[in-house]
Ligand binder design. Structure first.
Ligand code: BGC
Length: 800
């Protein structure tokens, strides 16, 4: 008898006895009818232990899908099938108690499930929405809510219960391979975007999982990376976005991350998951691990990591044994179970929702197209090159990704969409004429290059095809025949891998040559050149940005990207996106450059016999490694502005086809007591209709704590303003907005002194400012003492 079957029979028999005893001693309670506490009291230890460990995800190298109740006639733990093919995981059901399974599916740029099934002629495609980096660049929380609604509706109608998103780690370093799944270098924009996404998705009656909690800012060796970071940097930068999302939107679940923080796995950290998440912030949902995250299931239970995903029988057995050996109090396990059940009763599957498998993909494509156009950032537009006039309709499109658009990143964040609109097809649809000779040359080159390049491994990005070297005669021919040149530069990245400085953050030589040679040829004929950046994250722009006439940061715009780009290029949509992360001049300017992605610990490197001490991609054996966040709170613009390092394009930057005037900033009071309201009028003073993002920054006095030169404290996007139209915007400043985290007292403290509010069209383009005073130091909130680093960190500080 094989092991699984033996275990199944044993399990069946033992549960049978328990069930028999229960039938005879009392009525068996049912979830939904009886109280959750009563249901838990009726659960056997086995049922509890299996319930808190998922059912595996059925993929090569994935979870163990051993199913103890598959034995015919046995009692009923875990009779879940793979309910939604391609979903990331499910949990055990316990039918005798009315406990249904839950289905979790990725996230975050759309629902990720298998588009075709063996026994069905139907298709199960999902909408690929723009990546999070693009959504953040809209600075439009209402639009992000709409995207969330559409995404959540697909989750619901395809029979899943939770979307594994939004991703909301901070863009600490541009090389993090998953930055495209995250919003920004700033926690306020991160938190507000995530809160809108959570509200939008959850408005459909399904759940979200804000991830990866927390400080998961690199992919290299991600399962064993020990992040050493100060309490202040954690609270102000790495946790703050999660706090905002939890307090504003109550995501039904939170996903802990793979890394350790200050020597403890996040999924085993009681400080993080209980003291901070539940006690300080009032989180009401349950916590699940990232897939196979952490190492000790008992420690995870104790920490408050309620559900282990995708789960394995070994974990369940370890939990049972710990209870039997008095190493884990059963009340702790009960609490984990209760926290999950509180949410489970809200899921569509439990409520018996009859899903259609037919979400309105057409309507959702419209949302995706609008969102993508609204998040594109116009970086340069000399002599009003864009929008292209009807006279410049003949285009020569250079660059591989003009023909093969990158809709989103790779890994679990990749969506299986039915189609994607390439840049050239989008342009053709908008009435542009795209040069066919050049198109044929690219098509042929790409076909041949792909035939030669190895197939991508599951979850890993295919090696990018090198830029085609365009024959100078062809370029010259195009400069004569076409009105305008368009050059696309593309980048892809994803889960498990960080990006590289060379040929990724920096342009490859072939790309630089392309920009130069095409620009020379077109400029010689008095014609213009537009560069489109089809990228998921930050790249180097300083060395080449003077060459083309216009640069449009299109990001990775999802399945409708080509249409959205055409909308902006044609002027149908006036660009209103602004950068939510800084584009530095060079990689070495990034404050975390010398501490990314970390180093393998020496002892570990020796045992492993490694010569080069290289860190590994996430899919190899994890090796103990460490990264120290020496830049402290000085991440992104907080660093560039405080330390006087000029970026290539600053945080908050983005051009429009029109102009906006910002009127005087008026404050409700010159002295702070309780709150202050700041009001400004924004007027469209240009020639075409458009929307403006208004950013509210605060410069706070340094008391006992050092302060960044300025910090984003609020933002708003105007409605669509016609030329001459204006809108009043107001912002409320709370005590919390004034405060910094004082580790010595574990509290948020606002120093007495003069505070200056600044209204900007970017972090550098400050248009108005006004000051107020705080008479006495204010302790705004006391927090738990948690996640204290073992040894002090030598953090970057501005000189006073
Ligand atoms: C990723 C998560 C994802 C999970 C399930 C993990 O590898 O880090 O973001 O939700 O897999 O697919």
């Amino acid at each position: 008898m094989n092991k699984i079957r033996y275990f199944g029979l044993f399990f069946a028999a033992s549960l049978g006895v328990v069930a028999f005893m229960q039938i005879h001693s009392q009525e068996i309670p049912k979830l939904g009818k009886d109280s959750i506490k009563k249901v838990i009291a009726a659960m056997t230890l086995e049922e509890k232990a299996y319930f808190v460990t998922g059912r595996g995800m059925n993929m090569p190298g994935g979870g163990n899908t051993e199913n103890p109740s598959s034995t015919p006639g046995g009692p009923v733990v875990g009779e879940t099938r793979d309910l939604v093919e391609g979903a990331a995981g499910t949990t055990y059901e316990v039918p005798r108690l009315g406990i249904t399974a839950m289905v979790m599916a990725d996230g975050p740029a759309g629902l990720r499930i298998t588009p075709k099934r063996k026994n069905s002629n139907d298709t199960f495609y999902c909408t690929a929405f723009p990546v999070a980096t693009l959504l953040a660049s809209t600075w439009d929380t209402d639009l992000v809510y709409k995207v969330g609604q559409a995404m959540g509706n697909e989750v619901l109608e395809y029979g899943a219960d939770f979307l594994l998103g939004p991703g909301m780690n901070i863009h600490r370093n541009p090389l993090c391979g998953r930055n495209f799944e995250y919003y920004s270098e700033d926690p306020v924009i991160t938190g507000k975007m995530a809160a809108s996404m959570v509200r939008g998705v959850q408005s459909q009656g399904v759940g979200t999982s804000t991830k990866h909690f927390a400080a998961n800012n690199a992919e290299t060796n991600r399962n064993a990376l020990n992040t050493i970071v100060s309490e202040r940097a954690l609270r102000e930068i790495y946790l703050e976005g999660f706090r905002i999302a939890v307090e504003d939107a109550q995501p039904l679940t939170v996903m802990s991350s793979y890394n350790l923080i200050n020597d403890v796995y996040t999924s085993e950290s009681h400080d993080l998951l209980t003291k901070i998440l539940r006690n300080d912030w009032g989180f009401k949902g349950y916590v699940m691990t990232d897939w196979f995250g952490g190492s000790d299931p008992v420690a995870q239970m104790k920490a408050g990591n309620d559900l282990l995903m995708p789960g394995s029988p070994d974990q369940a057995k370890a939990i049972m044994k710990a209870v039997q050996d008095n190493k884990l109090d059963v009340s702790v396990l009960d609490q984990n179970v209760e926290q999950i059940l509180n949410i489970l009763v809200q899921t569509p599957r439990f409520r018996g929702y009859k899903y259609s498998n037919k979400p309105d993909l057409k309507a959702h494509a419209v949302v995706a197209r609008q969102a993508a156009a609204d998040g594109m950032v116009l970086l340069k537009n000399s002599n009003a090159t864009l929008p292209l006039s009807p006279k410049s309709r003949n285009l020569a499109a250079f660059g591989n990704t003009s023909y093969e658009i990158i809709t989103g990143g790779t890994g679990s964040g990749k969506v299986n969409e039915a189609y994607s609109v390439s840049l050239v097809d989008g342009l053709k649809g908008a009435g542009f004429v795209v040069n066919e000779e050049l198109r044929n040359a690219y098509d042929e080159y790409l076909r041949a290059a792909k035939a030669k390049s190895p197939q991508a491994r599951p979850l890993s990005p295919r090696a990018p095809v090198a830029e085609m070297a365009v024959d100078p005669a062809l370029t010259a021919g195009m400069a004569a025949a076409a009105d305008t040149a368009l050059i696309t530069i593309g980048r892809n990245s994803g889960e498990g891998f960080d990006r590289k400085e060379e040929n990724d953050f920096n342009l490859a030589q072939a790309e630089k040559d392309l920009i130069k040679s095409v620009s020379d040829a077109f400029h010689a004929k008095g014609k213009k050149v537009v560069v489109a950046l089809n990228v998921g994250g930050v790249i180097e722009t300083a060395s080449w940005k003077s060459i083309p006439d216009a640069i449009l940061l299109t990001w990775q715009g999802g399945q409708e990207a080509g249409n959205s780009i055409a909308d902006v290029i044609s002027g149908k949509v006036n660009p209103s996106g602004k950068l939510a992360s800084t584009f530095p001049v060079k990689y070495q300017d990034v404050p975390s450059a010398k501490n990314f992605p970390g180093v393998v610990l020496e002892a570990e490197a020796k045992t492993a016999g490694d010569k080069d001490q290289d860190l590994m991609t996430a899919f190899r054996r994890p090796r103990a490694s460490r990264v120290v966040y020496e830049e402290g709170i000085y991440v992104g613009y907080r660093y560039y502005e405080t330390f006087g390092v000029a970026p290539s394009y600053e945080f908050g930057y983005g051009l429009s086809y029109t102009k906006f005037d910002i009127g005087k900033l008026s404050l409700s009071s010159k002295k702070f007591s309780g709150k202050i309201t700041a009001t400004v009028q924004v007027k469209n003073s240009g020639q075409v209709a458009g929307k403006e993002v208004v950013q509210l920054y605060l410069s706070a006095p340094a008391g006992k704590l050092d302060k960044p030169a300025l910090e984003l404290r609020g933002f708003a996007k105007t409605r669509f303003l016609k030329p001459g139209e204006s809108q009043m915007l107001s912002f409320e400043i709370s005590p919390r907005n004034l405060a910094s985290f004082d580790s010595a007292s574990s509290s948020w403290v606002a120093a007495a002194g003069k505070y200056t509010l600044k209204i900007g069209a970017s972090s550098k383009d400050i248009r108005q400012s006004a000051s107020f005073d705080l008479d006495k130091e204010l302790t705004v909130k006391k927090e738990s003492i948690a996640l204290v680093p073992k040894t002090p960190i030598n953090e970057l500080k501005p000189s006073r």
